[in-house]
Ligand binder design. Sequence first.
Ligand code: BDR
Ligand code: CA
Length: 323
Amino acid sequence: MEKIILDCDPGHDDAIAILLAAGNPNIDLLGITTVSGNHNVENTTRNALSTCTAYGIKVPVAKGSPGPLVSDQVLAVEIHGETGLDGPELPPASFDLDRRHAVDFIIETVMAHEPKTVTLVPVGPYTNIALAIRKDPRIIGRVKKVVAMGGSYTRGNITPAAEFNVYADPEAADVVFRADWDVTMVGLDLTQTQALATPDLQDRVRAVGGPIAKFILDIWAFIATTHGGLLQIAYPAIHDACCVAALIDPAIITTEKADIRVETAGRWTKGMTVCNFEKMGGMRHFGGTAGEQVNFRHTVAMKLDHQKFCDLIVDALERLSRN
Ligand code: BDR
Ligand code: CA
């Protein structure tokens, strides 16, 4: 059983990550923390609470950072709409937020559990995680690992070089990738090309029926228009749920070791995750006068078993629908 804190900015694919985490018996969802990203933190928090209300998910939800550490705020309204979760209808939230700020929730939860038992799953900009490290660096040694959606070793989606979550708060991503803990980068190379809501998956979800299936189908119907239109992706990408899936069944992704650096200041490359792959020979240093030491300690998600991924989504949907 993997104990996780899902740090998110719902967000259509974030909502599916919530459902997968809540609906799989191998995940112990300790809490949901929210951050600004796809929309402002008021909307992402409301969307998280409403999703939990609608589908009987009873976990603490703690509201987090309203904006990035240093950069100007960038929202993904053109992808996720004016509410951050346009398309499906959701009820108003019927339960209260956790009284703590997300940063304190993360620190207190990690410190309250045995060392190396809690995994952080950031699937929005990494602002909360970076602030939690700053506020209490003990969490670095205490966390089991970090499985983060974001970055890319090939192309970006908000710029040619950068993926949205990293671009939206590159300084926070820099803090997270520099910290001495185990980070897996589940980037666009996997999520935007392989984790797609294919017609076959949509048919399987439709066959389950009921309100949760409708919610997921409505999510994909909306995202098909923005992913298809703006990004020219064939089917909706289910980015964030890939992190949860990889924790449920590590065999669902193949990985390679790399040393990842975040570009915080490039004119055309701000937010780029520069991946130095061990398997490809590995460059000996990152250049610059510092000639920084290379350490292939990061893990990069490479290939997704799409069939198994779809099975997990359908299984979670069936379980939640029975509750
Ligand atoms: C990431 O950006 C957001 O729009 C999605 O929710 C996902 O976390 C993909 O680049
Ligand atoms: Ca997200």
